[in-house]
Design a protein around this ligand. Structure first.
Ligand SMILES: Cc1ncc(COP(=O)(O)O)c(C=O)c1O
Length: 413
């Protein structure tokens, strides 16, 4: 019998067949979801911070809003916004750049909510949006739902190809579309882990003014560099412009640096840009309890050493994974050693019969994410992303060794 919901779903919800990914059962090596190292979750510090919230401000923390009034339902607990502004000022400023304060920060239920608010606030049907050739699938979904004209540009190790971006801008304009937004994961890009070079960052900032668009900078991997610290963010560079900035909205998250279960992220940028986000926000805000606990955690000084601890753990895992890939999969895949981030992005050799790989990997209990999930471009289907940060070094090595055997079986078409 057909269920009622199958007939009532909106066009945006797709067909009942368009379900979320189901991992193989049993799943021995779960390379599917990007998650931090659970050994780096600051469980004891978070418990202490939550306890202190209940001890000191329990009743207030249980309300929709605190002393900040209704604005806290749109922008979040002001104490956390202040702590986040301090964190950003300490981590990422350039000479002549303006410092941030609470008015530059909106707290959201995970940065994915912030990204979806940014799309709602800026994009009308037919507006042009440009992003990297392979990118965060959720944002592609928000853009499709908003009716955006989405175009992608190629990337290399230095990130988005800015000449190709200019060509896209010219073409979209000629076709009558106004480009309002360029979405970029400039630092340790998902899924490639490439880093937009400083020179390209500066060109992108200049283009935003010349062509009158906003840059949506997704910054959730910025903390995890393994070889050299990345260049300043687009937001920091924008704030140092002669006009004082206002062209960059930056999303960031506690999901990779503290714990994804908190579901806390933030948007940083000009107060006017945040006002546009607040205008489309309908969710009655972020948990007062969690945001007060997080403000205490950030104020305690534990954040920076915990992130450094996680970074060093991840670097060891990156090195082990790269060695295992070279040893067990080198004949079948090419890849760049990621300079940061939490993924391996592998291009299959022509010898691999790619359509066989997902099922063959699943049969061995290996979950992985196929390249086409990061783009609307069928050419991405020869790519695979492995997420490894949450796994032990032993599991990363064993899982990659098994994946090498799967590839060997799928070779020779
Ligand atoms: C590039 C990118 N942006 C944003 C997010 C969303 O993170 P969250 O909503 O947990 O903050 C993710 C999650 O993996 C991501 O990979």
């Amino acid at each position: 019998m057909t269920s009622a919901i199958a007939l009532l779903r909106s066009a945006r919800a797709g067909s009942p067949a368009s379900v979320q990914y189901q991992p193989p059962d049993p799943c021995r090596y779960d390379f599917f979801q990007g998650q931090p190292d659970p050994g780096a979750y600051p469980v004891a510090e978070l418990r202490a911070a939550f306890n202190a919230v209940f001890d000191d401000e329990g009743i207030t923390a249980c309300k929709y809003q605190g002393a900040g009034g209704r604005a806290e339902m749109a922008y979040g607990f002001v104490g956390l916004r202040e702590e986040i502004a301090k964190l950003l000022n300490a981590r990422d400023t350039v000479d002549g750049g303006r410092a941030l304060d609470a008015s530059n920060v909106m707290v959201v239920n995970g940065s994915s909510q912030g990204l979806s608010l940014a799309v709602s606030a800026l994009i009308d049907p037919g507006d042009g949006v440009i992003l990297e050739q392979a990118s965060f699938g959720a944002v592609l979904g928000y853009l499709q739902q908003a009716g955006a004209e989405v175009r992608t540009v190629p990337m290399d190790r230095d990130g988005m190809d800015i000449d190709a971006l200019v060509a896209r801008l010219i073409k979209l304009k000629a076709a009558g579309h106004r480009v309002k937004l360029v979405y970029t994961i400039a630092t340790f890009q998902l899924p490639t882990c490439s880093v937009l070079s400083l020179e390209r960052r500066q060109r992108l900032i200049a283009l935003a003014r010349e062509w009158d668009f906003m840059i949506l900078e997704d910054n959730c991997y910025y903390a995890f560099h393994f070889d050299a610290p990345p260049p300043p963010t687009l937001l920091a560079l924008d704030l140092a412009q002669a006009d004082g900035g206002g062209r960059v909205l930056q999303s960031d998250s506690c999901s990779k640096t503290i714990a994804p279960g908190l579901r806390i992220g933030w948007m940083a940028g000009h107060p006017d840009a945040l006002k546009a986000l607040a205008a489309v926000r309908q969710d009655l805000g972020v948990s007062q309890i969690t945001t007060r606990a997080l403000a205490r955690y950030l104020a305690s000084g534990s954040y920076a050493p915990n992130v450094e601890h996680a970074r060093l753990l991840l670097k060891q895992k990156r090195d082990a994974g790269v060695a295992a890939l070279r040893k067990h999969c080198g004949q079948w895949v090419t890849f760049d050693t990621p300079p940061g981030g939490i993924y391996f992005w592998l291009e299959m050799s022509e010898a691999i019969d790619w359509p066989k790989v997902p099922a063959a990997a699943a049969a061995e209990g290996i979950a992985l994410r196929a390249g086409e999930l990061f783009s609307n471009d069928p050419r991405a289907e020869r790519f695979v992303r492995l997420a490894w940060a949450h796994m032990s070094i032993q599991d990363i090595e064993d899982g990659i060794a098994l994946f090498g055997k799967v590839l060997a079986r799928c070779a020779g078409k």
